[in-house]
Design a binder for this molecule. Structure first.
Ligand code: HDE
Length: 681
């Protein structure tokens, strides 16, 4: 294969065959018949009834009537992007997976991000875990890493999945509330299923309101197995680390965005990819030798536990770059079918009872959602290698299998398709020794529910703790049952008395008298403050009106863009805004179409032609940004505005007349993300 061809993305090449461009073509029925009319149904007389014979009308309406498929029972709202994965380090020592061995190769990927709770049309910024599912189209078949942005789960055994999901979905009598856990049944579940404590800490934390899909981590949650060519196994946990760092919104902002831009996360990632700001995530693995299975002080089969990164470092082994938006949302994003059981040689499972149950659920759910057993033939789901077996028929079968033989063992086709021995790349399950009595029980080693919840609490900075208290206070403040509120306070007293007391006071419950899990350790890696910070791709609202200082503003905007910042101009009307020295800029937004919550920072300039309305709108905009701790910059007449509004010199408020120094400082402030010390200002 020549090099150029090798560079091609094999999945993209495969999808080409299925793309259709209707533009400029004649309108036909699905049978290919050209139609002379598409606006009027066939009637008996111009004012008469439509007649049955109208095959075109029947076909068009029937297809329309069947356009919808059932949404996913969880993770219904999602958004996906194509990309590629490239390895930094050969992992042959641990796994025989080919895509984890060749550092020169790019493996095509398709990643679907999602919320868990809300239905397909719900808002992006709800408080929730986020799905982060990756399909690697490898030369050995599809490998799916079906991850979340939270490293633990609500429950320890898959048999309880329907229970937890029923509790957080809208309540069944009135179907309220949408995409929210702030209601009685969820918190009743939590208080009565205390294994959820650790996951709840994450859900109440800033992790559950990410700034962007591009700025969140991904976690495979379970312990999986790597198996190498010699058959030696290691336990492994998978991590995705966003190159831009892990950052969040604040709750007031997330809440407002649900109304102002329910597609906030979709817009964010779609636009980033269109603009060439390709989201990047590094793949990390935590590896544990089999003989160390019982060395961590908790059970590695328990999905409510993390492996603290300070104890078992995350080894960064490669990078994923998302670089192409889908052509068609339904065909790709909606029809993609992930399955935690899609593995390649060198990757195997463990006996985590949550993982074991998932191995059943994912195929089962596609059968109802995609309408039959041939969903692997849908273009987005096809592996880039051919598949050959004796499975046949079923709804919507597309493959035309040749020959008479569809059974094994046979002589008529030379006993093919033939199994492949492990040494030639055939998948062989790791021969773990298993014995025991059949029991329906929780292992004693799964009984500590609070230690790691406390570890998480201990690892938070002050503002992160304050946000957790606020989240509990909001959620439980919406719970009607006094008994449930009290049960939750009593439960979280086991995590931290400080935490439980703080929110008990806010929700009219009795604070605990004692509690705590006795854990004093913390894990710095759990705080988002310790992740990378960058101004790149951050959106800055530039507020100006006619008469602004043309050369100065041009200079700042250029410098911002050189630093990877994305300025967008807001003025009184969309279109040309005129500055001094003949400088003209294009305003993309007005105060009606853009709100401060849609931006990471504000750059206030004004202009000599300001009027009362402009000043009032700008004041509201900047006040709100300030209350969300966002960086604010000002030059020219913006500086006097800061003075009048008493913002000058406040944390994260940058102004100056030396443009070089101003921009440098402003870019640093944008990278800092938020100025939490304003709480005290
Ligand atoms: Fe899922 N999960 N899950 N899950 N999950 C689904 O499969 C399930 C769990 C995750 O973008 C469903 O195709 C069970 C953990 C993601 O298409 C369903 C249990 C983690 C997605 C299902 C879990 C996940 C799903 C619904 C407990 C993080 C979206 C639609 C035993 C590691 C994939 C579908 C996409 C989707 C079952 C727990 C991640 C019903 C039974 C833990 C990212 O099969």
């Amino acid at each position: 294969m020549d090099k150029r061809q090798d560079e091609k993305n094999s999945k993209d090449e495969q999808l080409k065959a299925f793309r259709v461009d209707d533009k400029g073509k004649a309108l036909t029925t699905n049978q290919g018949l050209k139609m002379s009319e598409d606006e009027f149904s066939l009637k008996a007389g111009v004012r008469g009834p439509t007649i049955m014979e109208d095959f075109h009308f029947r076909e068009k309406l029937t297809h329309f009537d069947h356009e919808r498929i059932p949404e996913r029972v969880v993770h219904a709202r999602g958004f996906a992007v194509h990309g590629e994965f490239q390895l930094y380090k050969n992992m042959k020592k641990y796994t025989s997976a080919k895509f984890l061995q060749d550092t020169s190769k790019k493996t095509p990927v398709f990643v679907r991000f999602s919320t868990v709770n809300g239905s397909r049309g719900s808002a992006d910024t709800a408080r929730d875990a986020r799905g982060f599912a990756t399909k690697f189209y490898t030369e050995e078949g599809n490998y799916d890493l079906v991850a979340n942005n939270i490293p633990v789960f609500f429950i320890q055994d898959a048999i309880k999945f329907p229970d937890v999901v029923h509790s957080f979905k809208p309540e069944p009598d009135n179907d309220i509330p949408q995409a929210s856990t702030a209601h009685d049944t969820f918190w009743d579940f939590v208080a009565n299923n205390q294994e959820s404590a650790h996951m709840i800490m994450w859900i109440m934390s800033d992790r559950a309101i990410p700034r962007s899909f591009r700025m969140m981590e991904g976690f495979g949650v379970h312990a999986f197995r790597f198996v190498n060519d010699e058959g030696k196994a290691h336990f492994v946990k998978f991590h995705w680390k966003p190159v831009l760092g892990t950052h969040s919104l604040v709750w007031d902002e997330a809440h407002k965005l649900m109304g102002i831009d329910p597609d906030f996360h979709r817009n964010d990632i779609w636009n980033a990819v269109e603009q060439g700001f390709y989201p990047e995530y590094e793949l990390g693995v935590q590896i544990l030798a089999e003989e160390d299975e019982f060395s961590l002080g908790f059970d590695i089969l328990d999905s409510t536990k993390i492996w603290p990164e300070e104890d078992i470092p995350v080894n960064i082994i490669g990078k994923m770059t998302l670089n192409r938006n889908v052509d068609n949302f339904f065909a790709e994003t909606e029809q993609v079918a992930f399955h935690v059981g899609n593995v390649v040689p060198g990757i195997d499972f463990t006996n985590d009872p949550l993982l074991q149950g998932r191995l059943f659920s994912y195929t089962d759910t596609q059968l109802i959602r995609l309408g039959g057993p041939n969903f692997h033939e849908i273009p987005i789901n096809r592996p880039v290698v051919q598949f050959h077996n004796n499975q046949r028929e079923g709804y919507h079968r597309q493959t035309i299998n040749l020959g008479k033989v569809s059974y094994h063992r046979n002589s008529l086709a030379g006993n093919t398709p033939a199994p492949v021995p492990p040494e030639k790349g055939g998948y062989a399950t790791y021969q773990e020794k298993v014995e025991g009595r059949k029991v329906r029980a929780r292992s004693e080693s799964f009984e500590d529910h609070f230690s790691q919840a406390t570890l998480f609490w201990n690892s938070m900075t002050n503002h992160e703790k304050a946000h957790i208290i606020e989240a509990f206070s909001f959620e439980l403040g919406k719970v009607k049952s006094q008994s449930v509120r009290q049960q939750v306070v009593d439960m979280f007293a086991n995590v931290s008395v400080e935490l439980a007391t703080a929110f008990a006071v806010n929700i009219g419950a009795a604070p605990p008298e004692e509690g705590g899990s006795g854990v004093t350790k913390s894990s710095p890696a759990l705080s988002q403050e310790n992740t990378p910070k960058s101004a790149e791709t951050r959106r800055v609202a530039v507020i100006l009106t006619d008469g602004f200082n043309g050369p100065e503003v041009n200079d700042v905007l250029e410098k911002l863009m050189t630093s990877g910042v994305v300025p967008e101009i807001i003025s009184e009307r969309i279109g040309t805004v005129r500055g001094t020295d003949g400088v003209q800029l294009k305003a993309q937004h007005t105060f009606l179409t853009a709100k401060s919550v849609m931006f990471d920072a504000v750059y206030m300039i004004r202009g000599s032609r300001q009027n009362k309305k402009f000043n009032k709108d700008a004041a509201y905009f900047i006040d709100e940004a300030f209350s969300h701790y966002k960086p604010i910059g000002a030059t020219g007449e913006g500086i006097s505005w800061l003075k009048v509004n008493h913002l000058e010199g406040k944390p994260g408020v940058i102004s100056g007349t030396d443009i070089g120094a101003f921009t440098e400082e402003f870019v640093k402030a944008i990278a800092a993300h938020r100025f939490w010390e304003r709480v005290l200002v």
